[in-house]
Ligand binder design. Structure first.
Ligand code: SAH
Ligand code: SF4
Length: 355
């Protein structure tokens, strides 16, 4: 096996067991030894081969020479007053960055990580910091999983909940996202019920995810009650009408029997009107779903073209009351990490500006 420089060495963290067996197949390591390595990586969060003490010294040296633990390098970590941590990682052999957020929600006992699925995003939502980072590439399943593993190693804690709500559109990278969910299930030990994939509404991706029939939660970022307003806020998904998108969600529910989440970022004077609330209430009344209202997290420092504002508390409550007439459960999202640019894409943008 070649003696590679550190950047060229293959990383092992983030690979599922079949991939790990494949990657180490040319070595002389017995299968049970590879299973031990798998357990060191996933059950014990080992950050170095030296820690893998049930391998012989020569086996550890062999791994050290030819492989590395992680392909992600931690460039920055901001810690919020509420304990939320926002990480910026660089990817192997590139100047590309991804963000991940580590959170503790008061209403959940598990610790959560918000993962990125792409570098940048091509959907171009007007209120989202990631849309100001040009789309560069899809992340591999390994890079998605290793965001969580890196955070587990850094904090020496077990993560029990994953949300695909970081940078990028997961359903424009569906194959790697599905693969990563399976690694979260089998290697990291996180069940489907503790995994949420959020999409701007890429219909072919929703159908592919339905076909995979994983017991995860699917969240649709809707953000408007009619196509005209939605297309102006989310230009990258205007090829899909709300009607067709809801049909795809119905299909997803029929296959998986998992209740859908509808996400709606409230923007003052834009989509928080009573008229929009009525349209939203009508749309959701036919779908098995619950609604999550998200107060806009200001990103106006990124560009002076962004003029959105967060609605007042009263406006948010008035909107919620109308949506509740649908009979669906409506919640307001708890905000985490407000003081540390925890909206997806914000830290990435800051880093690009300052470097
Ligand atoms: N691309 C996917 C997942 C990443 S975005 C999607 O759009 O669903 C995760 C969520 O954060 C989405 O609901 C998105 O609309 C929301 N979001 C983006 N920018 C925001 C901001 N400035 N304030 C509040 N929520 C925001
Ligand atoms: Fe992309 Fe989601 Fe941001 Fe829209 S909200 S630009 S889909 S990451």
């Amino acid at each position: 096996m070649p003696n590679n420089s550190n950047d060229e060495k293959p990383a092992l963290s983030g690979l599922g067991l079949p991939e790990l067996l494949e990657c180490l197949k040319a070595s002389d390591l017995a299968e049970y030894k590879i299973k031990q390595i798998h357990s060191w990586l996933y059950a014990k969060y080992a950050g170095s081969f030296a820690k893998m003490t049930d391998l012989s010294i020569s086996e550890r040296e062999f791994l050290e020479t030819n492989f590395k633990i992680s392909a992600l390098k931690q460039l920055d970590c901001q810690i919020s007053k509420d304990g939320t941590k926002k990480y910026l990682f660089s990817l192997d052999q590139s100047d590309k960055y991804v963000e991940s957020v580590f959170m503790k929600f008061q209403n959940r006992k598990e610790l959560s990580v918000c993962v990125s699925s792409q570098v940048g995003c091509a959907v171009g939502c007007k209120f989202c910091a990631t849309s100001f980072v040009n789309f560069k590439r899809n992340l591999t399943s390994q890079e998605i999983v290793d965001q969580v593993m890196s955070i587990q190693r850094d904090n020496n804690v077990r993560i029990g909940n994953i949300v695909y709500m970081g940078q990028g559109e997961p359903l424009l990278n569906t194959k790697e996202v599905i693969k990563s969910i399976k690694v979260f299930n089998y290697s990291v030990g996180i069940g489907g019920r503790h995994i949420t994939v959020s999409t701007s509404g890429i219909i072919p991706g929703i159908l592919e995810l339905a076909k995979a029939n994983l017991p995860i939660t699917l969240a649709l970022s809707l953000h408007a009650g009619d196509d005209e307003l939605r297309n102006s806020l989310m230009p990258g998904v205007k090829i899909y009408t709300i009607k067709d998108t809801f049909e795809a969600l119905d299909h997803y529910y029929e296959i998986t029997k998992r209740r859908i989440t509808i996400e709606y970022v409230l923007l003052a004077g834009v989509n928080d009107t009573i008229d929009q609330a009525k349209k939203l209430a009508k749309l959701i009344s036919k779908l098995n779903c619950h609604v999550n209202l998200i107060p806009y997290n200001p990103i106006n420092e990124i560009s002076d073209t962004i003029t959105f504002k967060r609605p007042s508390h009263e406006a948010q409550e008035a909107f919620k009351a109308v949506v509740e007439t649908s009979g669906r459960k409506v919640t307001s999202r708890l905000e985490r990490g407000k003081d540390i640019s925890a909206a997806c894409g914000q830290l990435h943008n800051k880093y690009l500006v300052s470097n």
